[in-house]
Design a protein around this ligand. Structure first.
Ligand code: MG
Length: 173
């Protein structure tokens, strides 16, 4: 299902090295709004620590944002010392391919991390990358995103139910 993530975490800092190694993920393409920062552009200490830790372990990171506010994206990218691209037009494939070239990794070794099904997850899946959905940091969103949340929540619930069912079947087998 192209709208389902491969895995789901509460927040980015829950994505640990062990998980990445197990899934042979060598690079992360990170969404910015409501994934790394909240609506008020706050970056928390936990996220900064997580980024630094992964970088030290050799995981490549890249910020890919649909935002047209370059100054905002640049500021966070500079603070975290990771490259960035804005105006990404996710879920279109083009920007994902551009970042993949820069990361010099195979699609299967790249995970796309984000809080939105119709941009981050759909785009990553279309490029055959590993996809990780996180919960939005804040309930507050820009209006265009807020419109999409009810349908996203519907898909998330469906995904979770199917996952639970699968896990149950695996236990029974
Ligand atoms: Mg987002």
């Amino acid at each position: 299902m192209v709208l389902y993530p491969k895995e789901e975490f509460n927040k980015v800092s829950d994505i640990n090295l062990q998980f990445l190694k197990k899934n042979e993920i060598k690079a992360l393409i990170l969404d910015l709004d409501n994934t790394l920062i909240d609506y008020y552009k706050n970056l928390n200490q936990e996220t900064i620590k997580w980024v630094n830790n992964l970088k030290n372990e050799g995981i490549k990171l890249y910020i890919l944002s649909n935002s047209n506010k370059e100054e905002k994206v640049k500021k966070i990218a500079q603070e975290l010392e990771i490259p960035y691209k804005c105006f990404a037009k996710k879920p279109l494939k083009r920007s994902f391919w551009q970042v993949k070239d820069e990361l010099k990794q195979e699609s299967k070794n790249i995970a796309v991390v984000g809080d939105q099904i119709f941009t981050d997850i759909l785009g990553g899946n279309r490029c055959n990358m590993f996809t990780i959905l996180v919960e939005p940091i804040e309930k507050k969103d820009i209006w265009i995103t807020e419109i999409k949340r009810p349908i996203e929540n519907f898909i998330k619930n469906k995904y979770r139910k199917e996952k639970q069912k699968k896990e149950k079947n695996n236990v029974l087998q």
